[in-house]
Structure formats: C-alpha cells, structure tokens
Design a protein around this ligand. Structure first.
Ligand code: HEC
Length: 131
C-alpha cells in the first residue's frame, strides 16, 4: 500500500518558507530582548495598568490607599516595605495569607500573572501615585 507522506513538500517553496522562518525567529529574538530589558528594571511602574488591575481584581473591595478597610491601607504597606522588591511583594499578593497585618487572611490572587502582580506591587511600593 502506498501512502503519500506529508513530509514530501515540493521543494519550490522551501526557500521562501525558510526566509519566513528566519524572519519570525528574528522578530521573537527582538521581543525577547525587549522583555528581558523590561524585567531587568525593577521599576516597572505602570500606573494605568495598576489601576485597571485594582478594579478588575476587586482589590479595592478590601483595600483603600489611605485607610484600612478589610486589609491594610496601601500607604501603610508602602511605608512598611519601603525600598522593597516588587517581585517579592508581587508573589505575596498572589499567594495571599494572614498574620502580617492581623488575623484576617487575604485570599490568594492566583488569577494574576506574575507580571501583573509585579505591576500592582510596584505601584503600591511607589506610594500609589495617581498618574
Ligand atoms: C477579601 C479581601 C481582600 C482582597 C480581595 C484583597 N486583599 Fe490584599 N489583603 C487583605 C488582608 C486581610 C491583608 C492582610 C494579610 C495579613 O495580615 O498578612 C492583605 C494584605 C495585602 C498586602 C500586604 C501583603 C504583605 O505581605 O504584607 C498587599 C500588598 C495586598 N494585600 C494587595 C492586594 C491586591 C493588589 C489585591 C487585588 C489583586 C488584594 N490585595 C486583594 C485582604 C484582601
């Protein structure tokens, strides 16, 4: 029984396909470099994105900038961890937990990507700037 294998692609298009592959590789290398540069600077402060994330993730149901609600005021968090690393605080936002500010636990925010958690943490550590 004879079967045509899908590997037998006519050679006439392969040069072009190769070019396309190179182009895609080159483009992803550029994007990779840009991402690396962005993550290298800890100061990934993006106020607009932080504010959108706060309302999308109901953070403001339990937190306010100036005063304690269910959880601590963000200004108090900023003061406690002054100069802290947004990667570390971002991980704590994702994991939630209790005991640092009282008995009430913060539910885990596992729906956040690491990048978004870091944006939120950077914004809080920066003292919650309006813009
Ligand atoms: C259901 C209420 C609730 C929600 C929703 C909530 N938090 Fe919290 N959060 C808390 C409580 C309570 C604490 C204090 C936990 C403790 O004492 O360790 C806390 C603590 C924190 C801390 C300090 C963590 C530390 O290690 O000291 C940060 C930062 C924080 N929350 C950010 C956020 C962000 C950002 C969101 C939204 C993605 C969010 N929280 C959503 C209740 C909440």
């Amino acid at each position: 029984m004879m079967e045509t294998t899908p590997l037998n692609i006519p050679p006439k298009s392969s040069g072009y396909a190769h070019m396309q592959t190179l182009r895609v590789l080159f483009r992803s290398a550029l994007i990779g470099a840009a991402l690396l540069a962005a993550s290298a600077s800890h100061a990934a402060l993006d106020v607009g994105r932080a504010k959108a994330l706060l309302s999308q993730n109901a953070c403001l149901g339990c937190h306010a900038v100036e005063s304690r609600v269910v959880g601590p005021a963000y200004k108090d968090v900023a003061a406690k961890y002054k100069g802290g690393n947004p990667v570390v605080l971002g991980a704590r936002i994702k994991s939630g937990g209790a005991g640092k500010w009282g008995e009430i636990a913060m539910p885990p925010q596992a729906q956040l990507s690491d990048a978004d958690a870091r944006i939120l943490a950077a914004w809080i550590l920066a003292g919650c700037p309006d813009q």
